[in-house]
Ligand binder design. Structure first.
Ligand code: ATP
Ligand code: MG
Length: 390
């Protein structure tokens, strides 16, 4: 039995003149995901992309699983490749769709005939094959408006493809088509979800993480690396920057008003992220902040944090409730890692009474009262880079 995988374009199909570059990016990302499983050939026609395995031993279940996480396809399915002979098509289709047919009560047949030399026209194919399917599965009835099962027959140049039952694709647009951003990645629940949401919009992400040894452990950093690994099926390879943050946090503790500690720390995090981003031609920052969730995420705190930023800061979960964020975290399988109880640098030296309505002028004055520049430069210089591969 010879099969291939079909990807139906979502938003890409609407891209007009740019469509080709979006399709090429999708295929490039898909290749990167499927290559380790074996060789595939890729073709495209009518807002559909075909991944055709080049050997028999490729694990197609795994390929479908991987393909379902590549942004840019609205739907995907496995399809059977058969000879372009109508009797063969009917016979093979009836056995190929068995599982879906047994679970359905209504169906319709769709035919796409890109080979116009094929002797039967599309309506005829639908009628004839529909009749044969009704004979084989007597519990089925035809419903052209809202069928539970759609059996599709595509008559293409060299063979016919048969499929039934689409799976949901990852949606979105291909990673790499919307520029690049630096994600501030903690070990928490929210920032991995923020990564997923931006990658879905085509943004290529790098990640930056701040550690404060000995207050934070090596295992806490490894936890964040594991989160990156969980994100790679969606985001592709991730350049992971790990920033030593201890000296800055100690300087804050020793030199700044306690109630401004968190907000100043966040401004310094942003500063370091921007310096590395600028050096690497990365255009924006991403955080997992959700307005009102904690003291550092009140409107006033966000205003003070943003005032320290020269580049756009995207906060894709800003308007989401924790339960909505958790739902996505479970879907992308980061939740179980996120809730492992390791310390984060944000919870080191946290003030008992953080200011929820900080005044920007006070914050700026507090920051100006101490020369952080040498510590910032040192932290940037000592930042370690590790590429987390797919
Ligand atoms: P998360 O669940 O993403 O940790 P949170 O609800 O715990 O978020 P905070 O701890 O206030 O909220 O962090 C807000 C955002 O700041 C995080 O979403 C993340 O983008 C960034 N951040 C926090 N701690 C770190 C860290 N140690 N390294 C890098 N970024 C961090
Ligand atoms: Mg956190």
């Amino acid at each position: 039995m010879k099969e291939l995988i079909i990807f139906k374009e979502g938003e890409i199909a609407l891209k007009g003149l740019n469509k080709r570059s979006f399709e090429d990016a999708f295929i490039r990302n898909l290749k990167h995901r499927l290559n380790p499983l074996g060789k595939f050939e890729y073709t495209k026609a009518q807002s559909t992309i075909y991944a055709i395995p080049q050997s028999e031993d490729i694990d197609l279940d795994e390929a479908v699983e991987r393909g379902s996480k590549v942004f840019g396809a609205a739907a995907l399915c496995r399809a059977l490749v058969v000879e372009k002979n109508f009797d063969v098509i009917c016979k093979e289709a009836i056995s190929y769709i068995e599982e879906t047919a047994m679970m359905s009560r209504t169906f319709k047949v769709e035919a796409k005939r890109s080979d116009k030399k094929f002797p039967m026209k599309s309506p005829e194919i639908c009628m004839e094959l529909g009749g044969k399917i009704l004979e084989a599965y007597p519990q089925l009835t035809v419903d052209v408006k809202n069928p539970q099962m759609v059996v599709t027959v595509e008559i293409r140049d060299t063979s016919a493809y048969i499929h039934a039952g689409n799976l949901r694709g990852a949606g979105g647009i291909p990673v790499g088509t919307s520029g690049s951003a630096m994600l501030l990645l903690s070990g928490g629940i929210d920032s991995p979800v923020a990564a997923y949401m931006m990658a879905k919009r085509g943004v290529k992400l790098s990640a930056i993480h701040y550690v404060s040894p000995p207050y934070t452990s090596e295992r806490a950093r490894l936890k964040v690396e594991r989160l990156c690994e969980k994100l790679t099926p969606y985001c592709g390879d991730i350049a992971f920057y790990c920033v030593p943050f201890t000296k800055i946090q100690e300087a804050l503790r020793d030199n700044c008003p306690e109630e401004l500690f968190t907000i100043l720390m966040r401004r310094l995090m942003m500063e370091i992220a921007q310096r590395i981003a600028e050096e690497k031609d990365i255009q924006a920052l991403v955080t997992g902040e959700s307005v009102g969730q904690v003291a550092s995420q009140t409107m006033g705190a966000i205003v003070c944090t943003d005032a320290a930023c020269r580049m756009p800061v995207f906060r894709p979960v800003i308007g989401m409730d924790k339960t909505e964020i958790v739902e996505i975290a479970r879907k992308i399988d980061t939740f179980d890692i996120s809730i492992e109880p390791y310390e984060d640098c944000c919870t080191v030296f946290t003030p008992k009474h953080p200011k929820t309505r900080p005044v920007l002028a006070d914050v700026e004055a507090a920051q100006a009262a101490f020369d952080f520049e040498p510590l910032i430069a040192e932290a940037v210089a000592e930042t370690e880079l590790k590429v987390i591969k797919l």
